[in-house]
Ligand binder design. Structure first.
Ligand code: HEC
Length: 166
């Protein structure tokens, strides 16, 4: 059993890796045409979630019990190739914010939809800035967190908690 813990004093980030991955996996949504719903779901599943996952899993820490001994592990991008993978994902997220503003996804939504989509692009840009600075702490605590917030803001407005529907 792996426990995700933090190398930081603040207890809040302990849950980031776990919570971000789990919390975005909402299902259900407000009434909208089935084709539009399917299009959003497909985009989320095939592109938005995988790109975010690359960002979120690129940094972290774990504390494991191995043969009665606590083994602490931390990870962060080290090679250029590893940093570049996060940079590419951050660029995908910026583009996906623009894609979400296309009428295929945005029609019949409130004006806040475009704001949330712009927020996704902005968060992707912040991640790219952390990568350019090779700042793993900022990636973990700051831009990675703002990415999580960008997802949640839109989901809170447009996706319904499991159990609310169906
Ligand atoms: C502009 C709005 C918006 C943003 C930003 C957004 N999402 Fe979504 N997402 C939705 C909506 C709406 C749904 C619900 C689709 C449905 O089931 O009808 C959804 C559903 C999902 C789902 C479930 C897909 C399924 O198969 O039901 C995942 C996973 C997801 N989003 C991941 C993410 C992640 C990760 C981010 C941030 C990196 C993100 N989303 C940002 C609007 C958004």
């Amino acid at each position: 059993m792996t426990q995700i813990t933090s190398r930081y004093a603040d207890p809040m980030p302990k849950m980031h890796v776990v919570v971000w991955a789990a919390a975005v996996a909402l299902s259900g949504c407000k009434a909208e045409p089935a084709t539009q719903r399917a299009a959003v779901q497909a985009l989320m599943t095939s592109r938005v979630q995988p790109a975010a996952q690359i960002v979120w899993s690129s940094t972290g820490a774990a504390s494991e019990l191995e043969g009665g001994k606590v083994v602490n592990r931390e990870w962060r991008p080290r090679s250029d190739a590893e940093w570049n993978a996060v940079r590419d994902a951050s660029r995908d997220l910026q583009e996906l914010g623009a894609v979400l503003r296309q009428s295929r996804y945005a029609r019949n939504r409130g004006p806040d939809w475009s704001e949330f989509a712009l927020g996704l692009s902005a968060a992707g840009k912040r991640v790219e800035t952390s990568v350019a600075a090779r700042d793993a702490d900022a990636l973990f605590m700051d831009s990675g967190y703002s990415l999580f917030v960008a997802c949640m803001e839109c989901h809170e407005a447009y996706a319904i908690e499991p159990g609310d529907q169906e």
